[in-house]
Design a protein around this ligand. Structure first.
Ligand code: AP5
Ligand code: MG
Length: 217
């Protein structure tokens, strides 16, 4: 099963993609995570990405398309994958179609996660993740079982993202409404777009996504 999770910053794309990886072995392909890895490794691409991401603007299409094309060659993708944060522009959506055809892959569905803008800032400013394994948490909505200890790997070190501040969030939201949302009709016309209520609890959203996946199979 190969799907796209599409939604604004803080919609819960990463949270749900992590769950699908565990429950369905669908590999999480997050362009944001890939770009953050480049920033951490201080590669040439990472140096370019650092400033653009911190400001909340979008990276150039050709760069992200190339990264995704490489990732889709991974053997682990044979059980399926969840694209998290890609595509974000019509150019990217059309390029993805081409990549999928070249690789003989099928895109089964696109799941839009709808969340009110007001809720997103609270989600984003409360978010943190394990510094060792990357598992995601939230100050209010998703705390570790033992305070200060990662549920997944036991690490006691956590990070917050450089672009999780109010100004960058404003730009990220504006980019979502001005550009990314505009690709919804592209997938609606293909008949593979489903919408879930991203305002529901994390478990309820998982359930809605599971139902959508069942229908799309
Ligand atoms: P990216 O990393 O993709 O960021 P984003 O789209 O802004 O989305 P987030 O990761 O902030 O949110 P999420 O939907 O994953 O939410 P999460 O599950 O963490 O991209 C970052 C940057 O990289 C971009 O701005 C751009 O510069 C660049 N980039 C990346 N891809 C690109 C592309 N294709 N083209 C061009 N540029 C690109 O949840 C958020 C918090 O809320 C968590 O703490 C979680 O615990 C909590 N939460 C989740 N679900 C719920 C719920 N249902 N109820 C309550 N709390 C919840
Ligand atoms: Mg994310």
């Amino acid at each position: 099963m190969n799907i796209i999770l599409l939604g604004p910053p803080g919609a819960g794309k990463g949270t749900q993609a992590e769950r699908l990886e565990k429950s369905h072995r669908m590999i999480q392909l997050s362009t944001g995570d890939m770009l953050r890895d480049e920033v951490t490794s201080e590669s040439e691409l990472g140096r370019q990405a650092k400033e653009i991401m911190a400001s909340g603007e979008l990276m150039p299409d050709d760069i992200v398309v190339q990264i995704v094309a490489e990732q889709l060659c991974r053997d682990e993708c044979e059980f399926g994958f969840t694209l998290d944060g890609f595509p974000r522009t019509e150019t990217q959506a059309r390029a993805l179609d081409g990549i999928m055809i070249d690789k003989g892959l099928k895109l089964h569905g696109v799941i839009e996660m709808k969340v009110d803008d007001d809720a997103l800032t609270e989600r984003i400013t409360g978010r943190y993740s394990c510094a060792k394994c990357g598992a995601g948490y939230h100050d209010r909505f998703q705390r570790p079982k033992v305070e200060g200890v990662c549920d997944e790997c036991g690490s006691t070190e956590f990070n917050r993202r450089a672009d999780d501040n109010e100004e960058a969030v404003r730009h990220r939201l504006a980019a979502y409404h001005a550009v990314t949302e505009q690709i919804l009709p592209f997938y609606r016309e293909k008949g593979i777009l489903r919408t879930v209520d991203g305002m529901a609890t994390i478990d309820e959203v998982t359930k809605q996504i599971e139902d959508a996946i069942e229908q799309l199979q």
